[in-house]
Design a protein around this ligand. Structure first.
Ligand code: SAM
Length: 278
C-alpha cells in the first residue's frame, strides 16, 4: 500500500510574508518576486520529476517558487539566498517542511552548488538578472554535476541561449550553452507577473546536459575563439580571427563567412586548432 500523502502545510499568503518581514525589493539584489503560485507551480513542472532529486534554488526570496518545488514533490530543496531578510522570512517554510528544506545564507556566485547535496541535482531558479549570466557560466563549467537546470532569465538572455546560427542573437553564450546542453525555451513570463515588475520580459529556459558535448573542445580555447569571432561579428572570419593565426580553409571553414554563420561544431574545430597552436 502506498504511503498516505502528507497534508499540505498551512502557510500565510506571500504578500503577508513580504509585509511582515518588510521585504521591500532591493534593485541591487535583482529582487522581483513572483507571488502567483500557479506560475511558480508551472516553473516547478517544467523542471520535471523532482522525486529523488536534490533541487537547488538560487534566490528563494519570500519563497513562492520554493513552496511550489516542495509541493511538486522535490525530495529535498536547498535554497541559497544572499539577503538575510529573506532567509528570516523562510524560517516558517523550513519549519513546515522540516528536513526537506534547507536555507543557506550566502552568495551563489561564491558557492559550490554541487557541494550542497547528493546527485541527482537540479538547479531551479528565478534568477537575479544582474548576475544571471555569470552564474550560468559557472554552472556550465561544472555541468556534469547537474542533471538539469530550469532557470528564469530576462528574455534577451533566453533569446541568446536558444539562438540558432544565422540569427542576430547567435553568439558566444549560444555556443557555450548549446555545446554542453540541449537548450529549450519553456515559456515567456510578462513583466507584470513580478512584484515589482522588471523593465524587461522574462523567459523560463531548460538546459539538459548532453551525455557528451556536441564536439571535443577545451573550455578556455572555445571561449577564446568565440569571444574573438563574435567580438567583431560583422567582420569576415579571416579578419576577426586574424590574430589567432588559424588556417580556416584547412578546417573546411570559409574565411569570408561571419561568426554567426558557423555551427557549434565548427567553433569546436577552431578551438582544437587554436589549442594545438598555443
Ligand atoms: N525566487 C523568488 C521569487 O521567484 O519570487 C525571488 C526571485 S528574485 C528575481 C532573485 C532573488 O535572488 C532575490 O531573492 C535576491 O535576494 C536573490 N539574490 C540576488 N543575488 C544573489 C546571489 N548572488 N546569491 C544568492 N541569492 C541572490
Amino acid at each position: 500500500m502506498s504511503e498516505p500523502a502528507s497534508p499540505r502545510p498551512r502557510l500565510p499568503p506571500l504578500r503577508e510574508v513580504i509585509a511582515r518581514h518588510k521585504l521591500s525589493a532591493r534593485r541591487s539584489l535583482g529582487q522581483h518576486f513572483l507571488l502567483d503560485l500557479n506560475l511558480c507551480a508551472r516553473i516547478a513542472r517544467a523542471a520535471g520529476n523532482l522525486g529523488r532529486t536534490t533541487v537547488i534554488e538560487v534566490g528563494p526570496g519570500p519563497g513562492g517558487l520554493t513552496r511550489a518545488l516542495l509541493e511538486a514533490g522535490a525530495a529535498r530543496v536547498v535554497a541559497v539566498e544572499r539577503d538575510g531578510r529573506c532567509v528570516a522570512a523562510l524560517a516558517e517554510l523550513a519549519a513546515a517542511y522540516g528536513p526537506r528544506l534547507e536555507v543557506v545564507e550566502g552568495d551563489a556566485l561564491e558557492t559550490d552548488l554541487a557541494a550542497l547535496g547528493p546527485a541527482p541535482r537540479r538547479i531551479v531558479a528565478n534568477l537575479p538578472y544582474n548576475v544571471a549570466t555569470p552564474l550560468l557560466i559557472g554552472w556550465l563549467k561544472q555541468i556534469t554535476d547537474f542533471a538539469g537546470l530550469t532557470l528564469m532569465f530576462q528574455k534577451e538572455v533566453a533569446d541568446r541561449l536558444t539562438a540558432r546560427p544565422w540569427t542576430k542573437d547567435f553568439g558566444r553564450l549560444s555556443v557555450m550553452a548549446q555545446w554542453l546542453c540541449a537548450v529549450r525555451r519553456e515559456f515567456n513570463v510578462a513583466s507584470t507577473a513580478f512584484t515589482p515588475p522588471p523593465k524587461v520580459a522574462s523567459t523560463v529556459v531548460s538546459l539538459t546536459p548532453r551525455p557528451t558535448p556536441l564536439a571535443p573542445a577545451d573550455w578556455t580555447a572555445l571561449e577564446t575563439v568565440t569571444a574573438t569571432a563574435f567580438g567583431q561579428r560583422r567582420k569576415m572570419l579571416r579578419k576577426s580571427l586574424q590574430r589567432l593565426d588559424l588556417d580556416l580553409e584547412s578546417l573546411g571553414i570559409d574565411p569570408t563567412a561571419r561568426a554567426e554563420e558557423l555551427a557549434v561544431e565548427q567553433f569546436c574545430a577552431l578551438a582544437r586548432a587554436y589549442e594545438e597552436r598555443s
